[in-house]
Ligand binder design. Structure first.
Ligand code: ITT
Length: 196
C-alpha cells in the first residue's frame, strides 16, 4: 500500500513517519511530487484536514493522509486553535507565535493556563473513500519556554501528569502521548482495514 503525507511541514512528517513506521506501507511526501499544491486553509480542523487529504489524493492518485492540528488555550477561549500556525500573522516563525502566546498569558497564573492540543487526521483515496479521526492531549502552558526538541508550541506545552514540556521529551516519548500519536493510532486501524 502507498500513502502520501499531505503536508509540507517537515516536523509533522518526522512525527508521522515515526508513528507509522511498523505498518507495511510505502510513504511518499511532497518532495516526491513536483508541483505539490499549496492549500489555503480555513478555520476548522476537520474541514482543513479533509481539504488537504482530498486535494493531495486527487493530485497524486494515491491514498493521502493529512493532519490539521492546533493548540486550544482555555484562558484565550480556545485560541489559537485552527489558527495556531498563523497566530502572530502569515509566514511567521514558531518563536513569533510562542512569544505572542506568552505575552497574552502574562497575567494568567499557572493554575489557569490549561490547554489542549488537538489533531485531526483525514485519510482519503482518489475514489472518494474518506475517514476522519481525532486525538487530543491535555496539559498547560508553562511560564517560561523549556527544551529544544519537537516544534511549534512544544517548549510551552506541559502535558498533564508530566513535569516536562513536549520540547524536553524525545520524539519517542512525545509519540507515546501526543495528540498526533493518538490520532495516528486510530488512522493506523483505518489503513489496516483498507489494506484488506
Ligand atoms: P500543513 O498545513 O502543511 O500540514 P501547518 O504547519 O500549516 O502544515 P496546521 O495548519 O495543522 O499545519 O498548523 C499546525 C500548527 O499547530 C503548527 O504549525 C504548530 O504551530 C501547532 N502544532 C500542531 N501540532 C503541534 C505539536 O505537536 N507541537 C507543537 N505545535 C504544534
Amino acid at each position: 500500500m502507498e500513502v502520501v503525507i499531505a503536508t509540507r511541514n517537515l516536523d509533522k512528517i518526522k512525527e508521522i513517519k515515526e508513528a507509522l513506521k511498523n505498518l507495511k506501507i510505502k510513504i511518499f511526501t511532497f518532495s516526491d511530487f513536483p508541483g505539490f499544491p499549496e492549500i489555503k486553509e480555513g478555520n476548522n480542523l476537520k474541514d482543513n484536514a479533509l481539504l488537504k487529504a482530498r486535494t493531495i489524493a486527487k493530485f497524486t492518485g494515491k491514498i493521502a493522509l493529512a493532519d490539521d492540528s492546533g493548540l486550544e488555550v482555555m484562558a484565550l477561549k480556545g485560541a489559537p486553535g485552527a489558527f495556531s500556525s498563523r497566530f502572530a500573522g502569515e509566514n511567521v516563525s514558531y518563536e513569533d507565535n510562542n512569544r505572542k502566546l506568552l505575552s497574552l498569558l502574562k497575567e494568567v497564573p499557572l493554575k489557569k493556563r490549561d490547554a489542549v492540543f488537538r489533531c485531526v487526521v483525514a485519510i482519503t483515496d482518489p475514489q472518494g473513500r474518506e475517514e476522519v479521526v481525532e486525538g487530543i492531549c491535555e496539559g498547560k502552558i508553562v511560564e517560561n519556554p523549556g527544551g529544544f526538541q519537537g516544534f511549534g508550541y512544544d517548549p510551552l506545552f506541559q502535558p498533564k501528569d508530566f513535569k516536562k514540556t513536549f520540547a524536553q521529551m524525545s520524539l519517542k516519548e512525545k509519540n507515546q502521548i501526543s495528540h498526533r500519536a493518538k490520532a495516528l493510532e486510530k488512522a493506523k486501524l483505518v489503513l489496516k482495514k483498507w489494506m484488506k
